[in-house]
Design a protein around this ligand. Structure first.
Ligand code: PBG
Length: 324
């Protein structure tokens, strides 16, 4: 027995480049945008340095920067002025998301606009579905979510991304989109969505924290791997075009397992808390932000994700340009 010389392939930049297995590219990235009704200036999210809530009148300045960087898709979250029990504003023709979609598509028709389809930013109680007494009711929520999806498609959304975690949402949304003539609008399902504490900063950004209780009756238990794969399988059967795993970092094993189960594109959501931790540590000077971001996103891709939704998208594009 002789020992093996793995270092042979690490001897120079050229050799390391030759055997590199995983690459990040700008076309892998989806950038989240928060649009808030009734503000005049952009507002930085305290727990997410570098991430802002935008008023409609400043949105296109941000989108121009995104397009110029070469980012090809964004996912939109809206914060309405008025919230009510059923999240009426989520499906309003003049709702904040619908207006944002029209504005962006008119100015940048080639940019892919993904609409997050959920109620939590729009309901007075902050839950993702409709309430029956103090329970989030599955089946009445479905009809409501289908209305939201169709109104987003009518406004011009290119992809519908339901994140509400009700059972059957892909099925009813697919049907509703087809009936409304949107057979060609894909569904990017938040298929495997864990009830995670890593969403904390997002709930500041989206002003969508539940007013009571938590989301554990509809989002998944982080302990469960087989259940995650069942969730993904049923969404695929119901007609999903993309499957998402969320969050990403504590669930890389799930991304890997899903890669073995599906031939659909896999999307990983590198969520707000994952962003906040890296930002906070690098602001303290405890880690090097650029190399940690590159390593993190590479890990998500290596686990099996095709696409990454990340608040680091703009930074990553700049890093990739520096590396060229
Ligand atoms: C809405 C939604 C959430 C996120 C994306 N869509 C929050 C939640 O479920 O409470 C979280 C994203 C992030 O943390 O970056 N349903």
């Amino acid at each position: 027995m002789i020992f093996k010389r793995h270092r042979r392939l690490r001897g120079s930049d050229a050799l390391r480049d030759l055997v590199r297995e995983t690459y990040l590219q700008t076309s892998d990235l989806i950038y989240p945008l928060f649009i808030k009704e009734d503000i005049e200036e952009k507002q930085e999210v305290t727990s997410m340095p570098g991430v802002y809530q935008f008023p409609l009148n400043l949105l296109l300045i941000e989108v121009e920067e995104i397009v110029n960087l070469g980012i090809k898709s964004v996912i939109l979250f809206g914060i309405p002025k008025e919230k009510d029990e059923i999240g009426s504003q989520a499906s309003d023709v003049q709702g904040i998301v619908q207006r944002a979609i029209r504005l962006i598509k008119e100015a940048y028709p080639q940019l892919l606009v993904i609409a997050d389809t959920c109620l939590c930013e729009f309901t007075s109680h902050g839950h993702c579905g409709l309430l029956k007494s103090d329970q989030v009711d599955n089946d009445s929520s479905l009809a409501r979510l289908a209305e939201v999806a169709v109104s987003q498609a009518r406004a011009g959304a290119d992809i519908i991304a339901p994140s509400n975690a009700m059972d059957g949402f892909v099925y009813v949304i697919r049907q509703a989109l087809d009936e409304a003539g949107f057979q060609n609008i894909p569904i990017m399902s938040y298929a495997i969505k864990f009830a995670s504490s890593f969403y904390g900063p997002f709930r500041d950004a989206g002003e969508s924290a539940p007013a009571f209780g938590n989301r554990k009756t509809y989002q998944m238990d982080p302990a469960n791997r087989l259940e995650a794969l069942r969730e993904a399988r049923s969404d695929e059967e119901e007609g999903a075009d993309f499957l998402m795993v969320k969050p990403a970092l504590a669930f890389l094993d799930i991304i890997r397992d899903l890669r073995g189960q599906t031939q659909l594109p896999i999307v990983a959501y590198n969520v707000s808390g994952e962003y906040a931790m890296i930002k906070a540590a690098s602001q303290q000077g405890w880690i090097d932000e650029k190399s940690v971001v590159l390593e993190t996103l590479l890990g998500i891709k290596r686990a099996g994700a095709d696409l990454i939704i990340t608040y680091f998208a703009k930074d990553l594009v700049r890093y990739l340009k520096e590396e060229e």
